[in-house]
Design a protein around this ligand. Structure first.
Ligand SMILES: Nc1ncnc2c1ncn2[C@@H]1O[C@H](COP(=O)(O)OP(=O)(O)OP(=O)(O)O)[C@@H](O)[C@H]1O
Length: 246
């Protein structure tokens, strides 16, 4: 799909969170977070370690209920929401296709396991056991699992962590392709190079969304020449791991 068609479909949000607050016990990690996940676009959430990206991904996916605020999903009928956790665990003795068939049975919609394997480039490994997969292939299996059942939105928590540069590029190409078909893609990443090529970035800092806009707009507004430079000039050089909102 060309860029013009894609930018039109960006108007329609498949999910929205509004004024979301979330705490683990006494530790508040999301503070008044509002953002939307447009259909047909990749939204990349970036931010320091501990800034709340995984927690936000769980809330957006509907897997964690916010204490206050709202999460609305605007998807038609039975279409699922796909989710890839940060460290997916699959049964090591299952093959790739058995793993996907296992997840397919959990869905109430018709599922084409072959198509999911084709889409991520794992068709040639369908009979290989999970134990025999490289880290990159396991991550592709996770993406394939999230794509089962033609989801209206996929939420991927660090889908390229631990992947080499070419495999990282491949995963981003897969998700761009998925977005081009109208799916809303919401992912967290520390890969600012590829986040800079996504349709939108949301910068999370200590549980608050500082910006939510196309990366080139953020970079230009920060008077920077790259997303990395904009990230550092906005957040400062201090690499401290964050521990909650505030
Ligand atoms: N289950 C939990 N119980 C208590 N605290 C938690 C839990 N999960 C996360 N936290 C804390 O919540 C804060 C936000 O964590 P979260 O994993 O959402 O951040 P993140 O931005 O995804 O981090 P990273 O980039 O390191 O993966 C951190 O301070 C973390 O220690």
């Amino acid at each position: 799909m060309d860029r013009n068609v894609r930018s039109q479909s960006v108007e329609h949000a498949v999910a929205r969170v509004r004024d979301v607050e979330f705490s683990y016990g006494d530790l508040q990690v999301l503070d008044e977070v509002s953002l939307s996940v447009p259909a047909g676009a990749v939204t990349a959430v970036i931010g320091p370690n501990g800034s709340g990206k995984t927690t936000l991904a769980l809330v957006v996916a509907g897997l964690a209920a916010p204490e206050s605020g709202e999460r609305d999903l605007a998807v038609d009928g039975e279409r699922p929401v796909g989710y890839l956790p940060q460290s997916p665990r699959f049964r090591p003795e299952f093959t790739v296709s058995e793993t996907l068939e296992f997840y397919a049975e959990l869905l109430s919609t018709p599922v084409n396991v072959e198509a999911a394997m084709e889409r991520v480039g794992l068709a040639g490994a369908s009979d290989r056991s999970v134990a025999a997969l490289s880290g990159g292939m396991r991550q592709l299996l996770g993406v394939a699992q999230a794509l089962l059942g033609d989801p209206a939105m996929i939420v991927l928590d660090e889908p390229t962590s631990g992947l080499d540069p070419r495999m990282t590029r491949h995963v981003f190409e897969v998700v761009e392709d998925v977005a081009a078909d109208g799916t809303g893609v919401f992912l967290t990443t520390h890969d600012l190079l590829h986040a800079g090529e996504s349709d939108r970035v949301a910068l999370l800092d200590s549980g608050s969304v500082l910006i939510e806009q196309p990366p080139d707009v953020f970079v230009a507004n920060a008077n920077a020449d790259s997303l990395l430079a904009a990230f550092v000039s906005t957040l400062g050089e201090d690499p401290a791991v964050q521990t909650g909102a505030g």
